[in-house]
Design a protein around this ligand. Structure first.
Ligand code: AMP
Length: 310
């Protein structure tokens, strides 16, 4: 595996690789979700490139750029183990040298709502870095995760609007055995928060189950998912039962602070008033300082029954 630091080195390393070339951009702190993108690229393409870059322009001023987990040595090992051919791991000066002045703004609801509402310039940062990386790597296929569904829709929009010659392939969300979507930020959850965190996915599955009922409305789905999330009816464990019998208050389980829960069109992120094949049930919720996002498709064909972790 070749590790490159500069754009010139990257272009030189990629020139001799057999095509088609697959590409997986990441911010590192790799988990099996990232590696599933590499696996998909390995399956479809003759060569695979990846990038490792914590992109400062997609973080808001009060977000966790400085605290974002970084372990390059481990990440490179994992990429190598997964069979990546070239990893581009630049520093911020290589990507944004002095004088850098270009931006890409995807206008409208797609970037102004949900993840864009709470993080105003987030998608501008995503759009410019992915476009720039596509210019450097020039892959045939770009592999992105469905976990970040709005980001996926934004990049598809950019690729379409700018006539970029790359195919965008989306890869299903990889989950922990209890259903929690893998994320680099999960490492920051306390043990108590980690125990509650899978309830976000369970709530989305409750919404999805409601969508399967005859004549289900979007309201039925949102109510079912919200109820499941905010009133999960956690069973008491033995210690809590003893404490309750003694009249002591059981320790309060961490509670979700719901940011949004909605049914949107997977391409435009406009809210939908009826359920259709492109409907996504999306949610963001905080557990303490940690913000979790997740989504499930409401299309009966998109998620096989075996996906259900209850
Ligand atoms: P990040 O490093 O968070 O920028 O993510 C890099 C890529 O990995 C993006 O395309 C993400 O959507 C994708 N990704 C992140 N988490 C997962 C997951 N749990 N399953 C599949 N893909 C993921």
């Amino acid at each position: 595996m070749i590790v490159t630091r500069t754009i010139a080195e990257t272009r030189a390393a990629l020139r001799s690789l057999p095509r088609p070339l697959g590409f997986t951009p990441t911010m590192g702190a790799l988990h099996n979700g990232h590696l599933s993108l590499v696996d998909a690229a390995k399956t479809r393409c003759a060569s695979v490139a990846a990038s490792l870059f914590v992109n400062p322009t997609q973080f808001g001023r009060d977000e966790d750029l400085g605290r974002y987990p970084r372990d390059e040595a481990r990440d490179l090992q994992r990429f190598e183990g997964a069979g990546v051919d070239v990893v581009f791991a630049p520093n911020a000066d290589e990507m944004y040298p002095e004088g850098f002045s270009t931006g890409i703004h995807v206008a409208g609801a797609l970037t102004a709502t949900y993840e864009g509402a709470s993080r105003s310039s987030h998608f501008d940062g995503v759009a410019i870095i992915v476009t720039k990386l596509l210019g450097v790597v020039q892959p045939d296929v770009l592999f992105l995760g469905e976990k970040d569904a709005q980001q996926l829709a934004v990049i598809r929009r950019v690729v379409h609007d700018l006539d970029l010659t790359v195919e965008v392939a989306s890869i299903p969300t990889v989950r922990e055995p209890d259903g929690l979507a893998m994320s680099s930020r999960n490492a920051y959850l306390t043990a108590e928060q980690r125990a509650v965190a899978p309830d976000l996915y369970r709530a989305l599955l409750a919404g999805r189950a409601a969508a399967g009922a005859p004549a289900a409305t979007t309201k039925d789905v949102v109510v079912a998912a919200t109820t499941a999330l905010l009133m999960p009816g956690l069973p008491l464990d033995d210690a809590e039962r003893v404490a309750a019998l003694r009249g002591e208050a059981p320790p309060a389980a961490p509670r979700f602070d719901l940011d949004y829960l909605a049914i949107v069109d997977a391409d435009t992120f406009r809210p939908q008033s009826t359920i259709g094949p492109r409907s996504l049930l999306i949610a963001a919720a905080r557990l303490g300082a940690i913000r979790l996002i997740d989504n499930v498709s409401l299309s009966p064909s998109a998620y096989p029954a075996t996906d259900a972790t209850t």
